[in-house]
Design a protein around this ligand. Structure first.
Ligand code: AMP
Length: 444
């Protein structure tokens, strides 16, 4: 199917042409016709699948072709979990509203509330927002949703993770009428609270599942390295910076202190680098993103803040200096590279603290991680978890070996390779539980 076959308004087709997109992606082929016939949508799609256009195009089509339910109220609301993603969506939307009478505004936290109120007074047709700031406006009565025609939730699983369920419930109630069409996009549909949310929001939704988060992104090659400790991770990073042919690189860290420190580290290695952390105010964050996008910096070091919504085609590498706690986040981080058909490399450094997260990622992706080594930097740590002894057993050990010191933690003796451990793990089940093995009872 081609975009031309979808019955889209010529103005929208021109914008698609301007973007240089020859064919709709899989998700666009599935979602656009369903939305155009008025169906609600429940979509699970991997990052980078083209989901933004999958909702922007049919949303614009409805706004251009049908009469508004209300002259004053917003007609479409797009909610995203992070400010960065909201901006990304808004930037794409601007191209589609250009040359049409449709108007749009962006409402995210960290920016001036009064300025946003002034924008809302102009009664925009579309609002792109983060849920917290949007509800602030709703409660302040600077915006009304009685006439809302389309409610779109982008990355709904992430909104739930960030604790936005109360805000989503308020928004749903404020726009509760039978003419509303609702589209829900999520990286995974297996999120615990998602069933309840989709039940509350959606009417007989059309379901689309395109390459769910479990499936490996074929354009991204993934590598893992064991590391013993922080200094070891830094040594690995230094070597990787030297030997990889980097265009642009995003390094993800667990803490915002590390974001600044590692940016400095990369600078010293001769690569123009900048750190992005939640400690910066919104204007500073915007500047960092702009400078990275424009190529002024080769390396961006960040916490999970930038794992979603960044659409930068020059990012050849992602390095996880620390692994994220949630496996979905891993998928989103590595999805910052390998965008729109380009090849990408995702490298993760796995120390003892990262081990539980790695096991979750392997379970989520349903395959063991493949570990590599760098010459001279092989770790002693090889994936055997540090086992905490039960207090009773620890006490017994102490009693048995007087004077053995405070031996409350022991490292289990390696029995097999990490890959074999991972394989065994998979035979157990997706929830990370070990397989139940029963002793064979010998017949007497
Ligand atoms: P998304 O999943 O919406 O973040 O989109 C991922 C990337 O695919 C973005 O760079 C889009 O601009 C690009 N994209 C979206 N639709 C198409 C298409 N039909 N053909 C080629 N690239 C596309």
């Amino acid at each position: 199917m081609q975009f031309q076959d979808m019955g889209l308004d010529p103005r929208l087709l021109r914008s698609v042409q301007h973007l240089g997109f020859a064919r709709p992606t899989e998700i666009q082929q599935e979602a656009i016709p369903a939305v155009m016939v008025g169906r609600d949508l429940l979509v699970s799609s991997k990052t980078g699948s083209g989901k933004t256009l999958a909702y922007l195009l049919p949303m614009m089509q409805r706004l251009l072709k049908s009469r508004a339910l209300s002259k004053q109220d917003a007609r479409a609301l797009i909610l995203t979990p992070t400010r960065e993603l909201a901006k990304q969506v808004y930037a794409q939307l601007r191209l589609f509203v250009a040359n049409t009478p449709v108007t749009a505004v962006l409402l995210v936290g960290g920016e001036n509330f009064n300025d946003q109120e002034k924008l809302l007074k102009r009664q925009p047709d579309i609002i792109v927002a983060t849920p917290g700031r949007f509800v602030d406006h709703l409660e302040h009565k600077s915006v009304f949703l009685q006439g809302l025609e389309m409610l779109i939730l982008d990355e709904a699983d992430r909104m739930l993770d960030l604790g936005f369920l109360p805000q989503l419930t308020i928004i749903n109630k404020a726009a509760d009428h039978r003419l509303r069409q609702t589209l829900l996009f999520s990286a995974t549909l297996e999120h615990t609270d998602l069933d309840a949310l989709s039940l509350a929001l959606l009417k007989n939704p059309f379901r689309v599942s395109v390459n769910s988060g479990h499936e490996l992104h074929s354009d991204i090659s993934q590598r893992f390295y064991f590391a013993d400790h922080l200094t070891h991770k830094e040594a690995l990073l230094a070597k990787l910076l030297q030997q990889e042919s980097l265009k642009q690189l995003i390094i993800f860290t667990a803490t915002r202190d590390d974001a600044g420190r590692l940016a400095e580290f990369c600078q010293q290695a001769g690569l123009p680098a900048i750190g992005l952390s939640a400690r910066l105010n919104q204007a500073q964050r915007n500047k960092v993103m702009q400078d990275f996008a424009s190529g002024k910096y080769q390396v961006l070091v960040t916490t999970d803040l930038a794992s979603r919504g960044l659409d930068l085609l020059q990012v050849s590498h992602v390095i996880n200096f620390d692994l994220p706690k949630h496996p979905e986040e891993y998928v989103h981080r590595i999805g910052r590279t390998g965008r729109a058909g380009a090849k990408g490399t995702a490298i993760s450094l796995v120390g003892p603290k990262d081990w539980p997260a790695l096991q979750k990622i392997e379970a989520f992706l349903r395959r063991p991680a493949e570990f590599s080594t760098l010459e001279g930097l092989t770790a002693r740590f090889n994936g055997q978890p540090v086992v905490k002894m039960a207090p009773k057993k620890a006490a017994q050990t102490k009693a048995a070996k007087p004077g053995a010191g405070k031996a409350t933690r022991v490292v289990a003796k390696p029995e097999t390779s990490p890959t074999a451990t991972a394989k065994r793990f998979f035979q157990g089940g997706d929830d990370g539980s070990a397989p139940v093995r029963r002793k064979k009872i010998q017949p007497e």
